[in-house]
Design a protein around this ligand. Sequence first.
Ligand SMILES: [Zn+2]
Length: 424
Amino acid sequence: MTLLIRGASQLVTSTGTVARRREMLGTVTVLPEVAVLCQADRIVFIGSEAEALRRCPEPDEVLDADGGCLLPGFVDPHTHPVWAGSREEEFNRRLRGESYMDIARAGGGINSTVRATRAAAPETLLESTLARLDTFLAHGTTTIEGKSGYGLDLDTELRMLETIREADKVHPIDIVPTCLAAHEVPPEDAADPERYIARVIGEIHPEIARRNLAEAVDVFCETGVFDIQQTRRLLADAPRYGWKIHLHADELTPLGGAELAVELGALSADHLVHVTDAGVSSLAGSDTVAVLLPGTSFFLRSPYAPARRMVVAGCAIALATDCNPGSSPTQSMPMILALACLEMGLTVEQALTASTLNAAAALGRADQLGSLEPGKIADIVVLDASSYHHVVYHYGVNPVRHVVKRGRVVIDDRREPCPRTSVE
Ligand SMILES: [Zn+2]
């Protein structure tokens, strides 16, 4: 299978196989009027259309970008894509002034999602997950990380990760699975959190590893959830299972999660709204990617992570949606880029690199994904605009017209004008 993408106004991408930092974060390559040739799931050539046609005179498929801009598919390195139920009522109560804690005490919050997810049939979970993936893809996201963590018991954690495995098989989007059994202490163990920690370490993690359902492990390291010592114990077996590490770190309080992530050689430390100076400098001196989630700050109307300070210090930053029913129910990376620019002060170029190449690095996949270069997987977005700035500038709408996933056109959303009434 060969695919030729022609007629693009420009192609914009970071390059390389490692995360970009400092001034390199905002240095992107802009190539005007180039064609892209894909063979099987890879990009094989970027250059003039004439040269592409000389190499492949009769491509199996031709996609006319029709003056649109080409970007790498977005990589979303932090999502919770499997859940049942919905929390829009709770959202509206928050808007009316009730606090998250009040709502949680009244049976809302994460526990309501845990109850609904435990009760959901596997096929219901799969269907709702696939529908969510459709929305990710339509907004230009071609790879996501996906966490468990709304089961908080062995059966449901397994069911969530099996749902991710099944969805990955049948949907164009690639999902990188993470076990987040340590997302919260379940209500039945609220009086004795150590009992749940023992179950995660002794029962849930080993069974998930035995079934090979996860590539990484994550812990919600936070005051009132799992402290630094508990997090350390929960992650101690990761090397034995061959798991990489992500960490929910310093979201609500400066607990030292960033430092712990670096010490453990984690792929990423995520959230980091309250990261300390020491945390920033340890991230800057490491390969651990700082995954920032401005959608969560926006939705909770709370402070944003110090993105610019981290860039200046030399941290490798990435952006993600944190897609989840409680604190960031969106799949839109373009929306996240807009918040990263308008609320955290990134430039459009920095936000692009942070949501493509650096996001791929946060998943340990920057050698395969995250830029448009020969040899990389052919995950390509065609914008409904001639310049890449429109991803952020034209905020709040979906700027994506086509999506190519592994060399196949999977979204084709050509926009016809609405009917006009002719006036005689
Ligand atoms: Zn999260």
